[in-house]
Each structure stands twice: as C-alpha cells, then as structure tokens.
Design a binder for this molecule. Structure first.
Ligand code: HEC
Length: 106
C-alpha cells in the first residue's frame, strides 16, 4: 500500500478502509430492511425526502389528483426525479406501497 500511495500514510489508509467497510455494512442493512418490510422502508424514505414541499395532507385533500395505482406510480416517480432523490427502483416502489397502504388504498 505504502509503495502505491506514497503520500498517504498507513494510518489514513486504515481510516479510509474502516469508513469504506462501515458504509458497505450500512448498504447491506438497508437492503435487508427493504426486503423484509417495504412499508416501513417506504415510510422512512418518504419522511426523509418527501416532506420538503408538501406534507402528507396532499394525499388526502378533497381534490387530490392521484386516482389510481398507475397515477400514483407516475407521480412518485415525477416528484422523485424533480428532486434528484437518490433512490433505487426498489425504494421508489416501497414508497408507492407505503403511500397506498396509508393514504390512497387503491
Ligand atoms: C420540489 C417540491 C416537491 C417535493 C420535494 C416532492 N413533491 Fe410531491 N408534489 C409536488 C407538487 C408541486 C405537487 C402537486 C401539488 C398540487 O397540485 O397542489 C406534488 C404532488 C404529489 C402527489 C400527488 C398528490 C395528490 O393530489 O394525489 C404525490 C403522491 C406526491 N407529490 C408524492 C411525492 C413523493 C413520494 C415525494 C418524495 C420523493 C415528493 N412528492 C416530494 C412537489 C414536490
């Protein structure tokens, strides 16, 4: 390692490795959670990224415009893309499931 990166001391390389290992562990945890409980995963993802412009009141207001599962999928995708939200398709799908279960009930 020292020969390959002469400017980085072995201490900082070790720290980098630990950070890298920790972030890999986090990714693995996120995937586990997603597989076992998409609703909880969707709720968490939603609450992290989706309450900046509107609250959940838009889903239940009298004249809400999402009227089908298809429309819900499209609107979540649209709002996600508008905001550069870093979700994988599984995350988007989990949020759709969460919104449908809690609010829309199609
Ligand atoms: C940049 C601001 C912004 C963010 C952040 C945002 N939205 Fe939206 N969203 C809007 C606007 C604007 C509307 C349309 C509201 C209106 O017509 O009054 C809307 C409407 C919606 C609707 C339709 C509500 C209805 O009438 O049935 C859904 C569903 C929705 N957003 C989901 C999401 C989700 C999921 C996220 C997180 C990825 C998100 N939004 C984040 C701006 C945003």
């Amino acid at each position: 390692m020292k020969h390959l990166f002469p400017k980085l001391g072995s201490v900082s390389l070790n720290i980098l490795f630990v950070i890298f290992a920790m972030s890999m562990a986090n990714i693995a945890l996120a995937e586990d959670e997603e597989i076992t409980d998409p609703i909880a995963h969707g709720e968490k993802a939603h609450n992290t990224y989706c309450v900046k412009c509107h609250t959940d009141a838009v889903y239940t207001r009298e004249n809400h415009f999402v009227r089908s599962m298809d429309a819900l999928n499209k609107q979540v995708e649209r709002c996600k893309n508008m905001n550069n939200v870093p979700w994988f398709p599984e995350d988007t799908d989990a949020v759709v499931q969460f919104l449908n279960k809690k609010y829309y009930r199609f």
